[in-house]
Design a protein around this ligand. Structure first.
Ligand SMILES: Nc1ncnc2c1ncn2[C@@H]1O[C@H](COP(=O)(O)OP(=O)(O)OP(=O)(O)O)[C@@H](O)[C@H]1O
Ligand SMILES: [Mg+2]
Length: 293
């Protein structure tokens, strides 16, 4: 990890903010955070590296991810904001090899006896492009529940998941219609509802709103706010205003291009307010002020 101070111990005083007023292109809502000592780490990532074949894509990532927090991953394209390492989706990529440790509630996610299918049930994922199954709205949600054998009160569970994503009123009269017949924003909320239906602990979102119009984007952001009461959320976004709006913590990644390599590194990880108003690293400052990237 390249000089990545943790969130602890920064002044949040007005004086410090005023002193860096020139670095405030983005409005950040101050959010009351528990003192760092009270935060519970859901993930503890330690010296994580990822190879694709011989190429080292990311290196030396060390960071906790806190329960009931929204954690944003920002940084230029190709720097390896690879939250897929957090639910073993990389297992599905030929040649991908993870080293280091990812602890999930203290358990090694990559231990030999861990079933990646179970991992993905507890750590759900939503992708950039909404990807409903070519099935009915109802069956999109019921699918995971049926696989898990949770067939009791299927109707109730489907309704609950659709209500959680504020989709119920829009689709309750056409549950048998194809999920693919929904608008892009509705499809994305359907995918989030599908992820929620199996009662995960964490939801990973890889640019969940980048293909959506501003109104649908706002709905997804509102939903993220709602969901963090019950879930831990990690979100990759290229939209820095979005990171500032939704995230409690922000991790800035960059590319180390020394020695002809292109390796993603974690530059700085801190409370979102600090990242956007008083970053500790010049590279973060350049990125969040739009001077780079
Ligand atoms: N399946 C793959 N096979 C080989 N290399 C890959 C694969 N997926 C990603 N990479 C490489 O790993 C590096 C990081 O890619 P990654 O997709 O994690 O970046 P990112 O930060 O998510 O970028 P973006 O913002 O464009 O989505 C890049 O150099 C990329 O080319
Ligand atoms: Mg990406």
């Amino acid at each position: 990890m390249l000089g990545a101070p943790m969130a602890d111990g920064h002044s949040t005083g007005d004086a410090a903010r005023a002193a860096r007023a020139d670095l405030k292109p983005i409005h950040v809502t101050e959010q009351a955070q528990p003192a760092p000592a009270e935060r519970e780490a859901v993930f503890d990532v330690r010296d994580l590296s990822l190879h694709y074949g011989q190429a080292l894509a990311i290196s030396g990532i060390t960071m906790p991810i806190y329960r009931n927090h929204v954690t944003a991953f920002i940084g230029p394209s190709g720097c390896g904001k690879s939250i897929r390492c957090l639910n073993r989706m990389n297992d599905l990529v030929p040649g991908a090899k993870v080293s280091g440790t990812v602890l999930f509630h203290g358990h090694d996610l990559y231990a030999p006896n861990v079933d990646p299918v179970q991992v993905r049930r507890h750590i759900g994922m939503v992708f950039q492009k909404p990807n409903p199954f070519p099935k009915s709205i109802y069956d999109n949600i019921a699918w995971g529940l049926r696989i898990l054998g949770r067939k009791d009160d299927l109707d109730g569970r489907v309704e609950q998941a659709l209500r959680r994503t504020a989709l119920w009123d829009e689709v309750k009269d056409r549950l048998k219609s194809s999920g693919l017949a929904l608008s892009g924003g509705q499809q994305q909320r359907l995918c989030i509802a599908r992820a929620l239906a199996v009662e995960p602990d964490v939801i990973l979102m890889d640019e969940p709103a980048s293909a959506l119009d501003p109104i649908s984007t706002t709905r997804i952001e509102d939903l993220i706010h709602e969901l963090k009461r019950d879930y831990t959320i990690a979100i990759v976004t290229h939209n820095m205003q979005q990171a500032a709006r939704v995230a409690d913590m922000t991790a800035f990644f960059s590319l180390d291009v020394s020695e002809g390599k292109r390796t993603g590194v974690l530059v700085e990880y801190d409370e979102t307010t600090a990242i956007f108003t008083r970053p500790a690293d010049k590279r973060t400052e350049d990125y969040v002020t739009g001077r780079f990237g």
